[in-house]
Design a binder for this molecule. Sequence first.
Ligand SMILES: [Zn+2]
Length: 238
Amino acid sequence: MQNHRIKKMFVYIFLLAFFTVLGVNYLKERGQYHTLQQKTVEDPEFRRDFFSDSMRENRQLLSDECKTFLENVEKDVNYHPIPESIVDKSLKISYIDGWMVERNYKGKRGHEGTDVMANVDKRGIYPVLSMTDGVITNLGWLEKGGYRVGITSNSGIYYYYAHLDSYANITEGQNIKAGELLGYMGDSGYGPEGTKGQFAVHLHVGIYTVRDGQEISVNPYHVLRFLENRKLKYEFSQ
Ligand SMILES: [Zn+2]
């Protein structure tokens, strides 16, 4: 009889543990579901984690607005903005997730983009390509961005490339295809037109959605990582 009682107790303990785990998981998922459902494109968490693997895998949990934006970027982006050199293997690039890291030129602000650094710190060598199809909606000098290119895709998303050394043969209003040459990587900006050399040679990449006429930036880091195995091969050397 003693043995039987112990067995029964084990069954109860097992059942209790089983339903506790089930219940906790259910509540957890429900909580996650609701927080993701309520996300708007303005949410800091959404902007920071934009295009991360976990966000892309759990897209069914996102609000319609966030999900549409994510899927439009997925459709838009085709090529990494910096191609691989087939003649000079030392011309590599590197970048880290520097989302919202502090910037101090003309007032404190958070960094709204990713800086793709040139391993060989020389301006005018690395080609800069469009990641997407679209229309060139902005071209020319910005004090903070230097020589920049702004491309609006068909879905209305704005892709921003800054600090170029020089432009390819492109004009404002022109249609552009993914993989087309925009110009060359440089170190322009942080001063009046033509200022160069205020920082290391790099490409600043930004991605913006427009909501009620307001530009909202998201973190391009995970998009660039996604494009790592979509690099075109170009012939460029020092
Ligand atoms: Zn930057």
